[in-house]
Design a binder for this molecule. Structure first.
Ligand code: SF4
Length: 493
């Protein structure tokens, strides 16, 4: 018998080494590493999701006739060694894992690696594509993916003649909008058991059923999203509102990242819904771009740029301020909602991640690695391959533009336009000086002033740097910014 070692983010019988396995020739090994579980420290809902999903996958495999060795051990290596001693497999194989550290660990342990099919573009194919490009633009990669995978295509051209429907997807939240409630799961004995075994350093609220922990439940979430939610996804994709934490977002990323769902089955469902006339093109295209474009682009870059995590061209070195701690306490309504959402659910949507959490981090000069760590450990869909490119490259522009042409920074005006946060906030999004000035607005101008030299090399930053030069209260803004940074560090904003 051979052993297939399955990690906690490869939970699908179609993935790699399991794809051609049968109960007659394969034992499946799953290891819950106590060291890894405590290493974050991680959000309780993230740990619960991964461990419960592993245990339910083990049940699914046993039901299919497989012999499964699901074991808890001090480390992954301890679990593997104990398995080898007890079961004496002829060989141990695994699907290429999703992190460099795990890949090294497996190779060092003599585990044979099988090519992964968990993404639609294998990292070697991404590297081949990248080698032919003058610059690695996501939009070019996305069109290449559309052409070769055939999603929303009419021959060699996009179905509507347009590749990108982003312009239709930037509406602020409607004043009277309502969104379908997400499906939830009832927790059972297995969940209780998982929660009782979590490390003491885990943080955040306990799960209440937002996150599915089996393939069957994840497939149900997919159906609910496509049938009930997707039609409304596009127009308000970038909106933020206190009235709904989920709006029309799919919330499928945790399942894709754990293998409970695979990207082709998700995109196939969306394509069918569009072709049947049930979903408008801006919703279907916006969603498919997130999956075959952005997600796979980030995955490819993680493997291509080994040095990416170390990038810090803006020289930011401050620690994460207390506002990110548990529970958050701040008068900044937008930050309170975003950080509070992470503590409560281990998830907030992409614009809160980008324009609230990453924006604040960048404007306040916080070290990129601090936010990478917090997001990697605090989100139910967190993973190193997701968070390094997304935070270092897109969120913080810490790589100086290797990934995004210009920094995603803004003052309070952007938040005010795209959300309903500012109306009841103690701060004024338009003010940049004084005690009531919005911290985002003050720090935005200070950010431009601090990094003028680096930003001036970017032609797209010319207009905003011109506005900076016209500020009549420049010195007052700089001095208020210094106060804001101190207040933020002291947890008093
Ligand atoms: Fe956030 Fe500033 Fe708006 Fe308050 S005024 S919600 S701090 S952007």
């Amino acid at each position: 018998m051979r052993t297939v070692w399955v990690t906690g983010d490869q939970l699908n019988r179609r993935i790699g080494a399991l794809a051609d396995a049968s109960p007659g020739d394969t034992t499946v090994l799953l290891v819950e590493s106590e060291h890894a579980l405590a290493a974050g420290p991680y959000h309780r809902q993230r740990l619960h999701l991964v461990v419960a999903a592993m245990r339910r996958f083990a049940e699914e495999l046993r039901d299919a006739g497989f012999e499964v060795d699901l074991r808890r051990a001090a480390t992954f290596r301890d679990g593997l060694d104990a398995h080898r001693r007890e079961r004496r497999p002829e060989t141990v194989i695994a699907t290429e894992p999703t992190s460099r550290r795990m890949e090294r660990r497996m190779r060092d342990a003599g585990v044979e690696l099988v090519r992964s099919n968990q993404f639609l573009c294998h990292r070697d194919d991404f590297a081949d594509w990248a080698a032919d490009q003058r610059s690695l633009r996501m939009e070019d990669f996305y069109r290449w993916q559309r052409r070769r995978l055939g999603y929303l295509m009419d021959g060699d051209q996009p179905v509507t003649g347009r590749w990108n429907h982003d312009a239709d997807n930037r509406e602020p939240p409607p004043s009277d909008g309502s969104w379908p409630e997400p499906e939830t799961s009832r927790l059972d004995e297995l969940d209780d058991d998982v929660l009782a075994g979590l490390p003491v350093n885990a943080w955040g609220a306990d799960p209440v059923g937002w996150w599915a922990t089996s393939r069957r439940a994840a497939l149900s979430r997919l159906g609910h999203f496509v049938d009930e939610v997707l039609p409304a996804f596009g127009p308000h994709e970038d909106a933020m509102t206190t009235r709904s934490w989920h709006l029309a977002h799919s919330m499928l990323s945790p399942y894709l990242n754990l293998g409970l769902l695979l990207p082709d089955e998700v995109c196939d469902r969306v394509e069918v819904a569009y072709r049947d006339g049930d979903v408008p093109i801006n919703s279907a295209e916006g969603f498919i771009r997130q999956v075959i474009g952005w997600r796979e682009y980030v995955w490819g870059l993680y493997w291509l740029w080994e040095d990416h995590a170390e990038e810090n061209v803006l020289g930011h070195d401050r620690p994460l301020p207390p506002v990110f701690s548990d529970p958050p306490a701040t008068d900044m309504r937008c930050v309170d909602d975003a950080v509070g959402g992470v503590h409560e659910r281990g998830w907030v949507h992409h614009i809160q991640r980008l324009m609230i959490l990453a924006n604040l981090t960048n404007l306040a000069g916080i070290a990129p690695g601090e936010l990478v760590r917090w997001m990697r450990t605090g989100f139910v869909d967190g993973a190193e391959w997701v968070m390094i490119p997304n935070v270092v490259g897109m969120g913080l522009w810490a790589d100086g533009g290797r990934m995004s042409t210009k920094p995603y920074v803004s003052g309070g005006n952007y938040v005010n336009r795209m959300s309903d946060y500012c109306g009841d906030c103690r701060y004024d999004p338009k003010a940049r000086t004084g005690d009531d000035a919005c911290p985002f607005t003050t720090l935005y101008w200070d950010f431009l002033a601090r990094h003028r030299e680096v930003l001036a090399a970017n032609a797209r930053m010319g207009p905003v740097l011109g506005n900076l030069d016209r500020l009549s209260d420049f010195d007052d803004v700089r001095s208020r910014a210094a106060e804001v940074v101190d207040l933020l560090a002291a947890g008093r904003l």
